[in-house]
Ligand binder design. Sequence first.
Ligand code: C2E
Ligand code: MG
Ligand code: MG
Length: 760
Amino acid sequence: MEQGVEVQSILKSLEPEDAVSEARPDDSIFTQLLERIVQGYSLSIESGAEESDSLEILLDGVSDSVLIVSPSGSILNANQSFYRTFGYERETLIGSEVFALLPPSHQDIFRQKFADFGRREGQRHSASSDDILAFRGVRRDGTILTLDCLLSGVQCRGKPAVLMLIRDLSFDHALFEQLKETKDHYVALSETITEAIFRLDEDFTIIFANSGVKNTFGFERGEVVGKPFGILFPPEVFSQHEAEFKKYFFVDDADRLALGLKRTLEVLGATKNRGVAPMEMSFGNSKDYKGRTLTCVIRDITQRKTLERKLRHLAYHDKLTGLGNRDLFNEDIKSLLGRARDDPGWRGAVLFLDLDGFKRVNDTLGHSAGDELLIETGRRLRVCLRDRDSAYRFGGDEFVVVLGGIKETQDASLVAERILSTVGIPYILRSKGKNAGSKVNVGVSIGVAVIPEYGSSLEEATRNADIAMYCSKEAGKNRYTLYDPIITAKATEHWKTEQELAAAMTSGGLSLAYQPIVGPDGRVRGMEALLRWRRTDGRMVPPSEFIPLAEANGTVIALGEWALRKACYDTRKLHARGYSDVFVSVNLSGRHFDQANLVPTLADIVRRSGLPPGSLCIEVTETAVMKNTQDAIERIKEIKRLLPGIRFMIDDFGTGYSSLAYLSRLPVDALKIDISFVTQLAEPQNQKIVNAILNLARNLQLDTIAEGIETREEWQYFARRKCGAMQGYYILRPSTLGKVAALIERQARGKSTLQPTPSG
Ligand code: C2E
Ligand code: MG
Ligand code: MG
């Protein structure tokens, strides 16, 4: 029999109504084909034909295992695939029992089935779903195989036989298991994450939602699936973004970047019960057999946004006043300047503010009072401004105001005036403590730079407003100055001087001159240390010029410490040369005297120098001590406690307004009669004052010093009136330490030029 003819005829005889519908649907034709082949094979044997090789070849071409067994289970024939699958050599199993290849649990079912087929006596029987058995087979090496088997009854050599068509599902099974596992993982993942995951079809209808939708939007899954995606957003937000969302639908992930689509979008979502909330969305689109879908992951970023806002606030705001800080100012001004560039008609202004007298509040009433005042200033500034203006604190008592858009310079002046009057209103301290209820009064010096005229860059605007502010300070504080290039030159000069003075302390530009203080007997009892400054251009600047400048900007404290240290050190040198009874008198500025940490620093400097406190006298002006007498009393007492023997003298006495009541309580040791009374001693009025001071001092048991003694007459006038000591050009001009030492030495050798005045 020709194999080709056989197959053809079988194919032909396959009528549609014969199709085995219950069997593996996609296998039905193939199975029937096989059945026919076997039947044909049986027939050919029955008709006496030789079993042809062609059948073998045909069966071997089948990728599934084919086995023909007798109803009792003995293997009659098998194809190549069977041997390969079960791991046996060809034909080694012919005649043996098929049950050996089955696990014990399945053996009975097969036995049963085979018997059924046997009973049917090979009646033609089309395979039904009952005839498909899933089972585990055993390979020769013991490996368990996942199989399914289609049984059909056939005639073999005229006897009923069973055809087993066995398919190895091990690979499919493993794949299926893997897929199931992957699916389980994804389901677990999508149900575990708190973000909402949606799948959308082309109409933007939600076709899938995970449980995260409840957490993110407050909706149950069932409330959103089947609904339009738009229900998750406020309508105006959705319509604004709809076109963009669509892009994500149609543009593949890989192409998005090139098309300028962001990886994530931040939009406002509409929740079920919490109103709108900021959401972050990311998208992934995919295609399946049903078409394209868009997967969208939505995360509620309310917390992140709040944190970002808080961090931004922290980074850009002053903790104390809540105003913007320098960084925020820099950002804001840059954007304003950008606006000015875009719109040539636009004008704004930068106002630089520095409180007048803030330091005094801080030093005398304490830092908490200072803080309270700064907070209040911030509040008052805000009151003075419109919505589009901003106030910033640059640190310390420096504030900056930016006027975002003015018509003319006049508008900036109006705001400056408003700030002056508002900040100037006295403030009553509220904080608990000893200063509660105290009235504080500070002014403010303001500099205004109009932009873009006087500030086309951040640096220029800030610098010019600062210069103008400086001019306000110079002109007497508590006022505003509009920046104008003419004022720059003056201010720049001022700045240069200030900077040079600060540098002079370390660069050797400063020195001390000493002027002897002598007793009525003409003998040197001490010396006053007087600061000298030689500028870099060689010019000598008198203290009357630079001390007020240093006082204004605070450098005077460093200067005073420098002078004190140097004077103590120089005097010790003098002591070392054998003149240990000579004292040094050092001037302390009013601002330095008010300095909060004066007491410990002063004590520290003196102790480190090794000079006995008894050899040191501190000169404080009458104005400085009388400003806050109670404080001065306590301060001097404290210093005297720490440095026993140290003396205090009131300098320039007679020029200020001493309260006699306080003077008696001030723990000072001497009064220095102001130079003006001495110079104009010819005036009877001055003589009266001098005599009154001398009497007062005697009654209060205070020592007296007359300074500015230039003539023999002046000398005699004071010596006769038992003035304790004298100082002036008549004795010696302020000189080097060496010259003073030389005078002392001459006196020691009895060669002093000064003649003690005969008493009486
Ligand atoms: P002062 O403490 O009253 O110093 C006395 C001033 O009178 C000194 O001026 C001195 O040179 C000057 N003088 C002394 N004898 C005569 C005289 O016979 N005739 C005249 N016409 N003047 C005389 P100087 O050195 O220019 O100092 C001026 C002021 O500068 C000082 O007045 C003092 O207030 C301040 N000063 C000087 N050195 C220091 C310092 O180290 N610290 C502080 N805070 N102030 C200082
Ligand atoms: Mg003095
Ligand atoms: Mg003086």
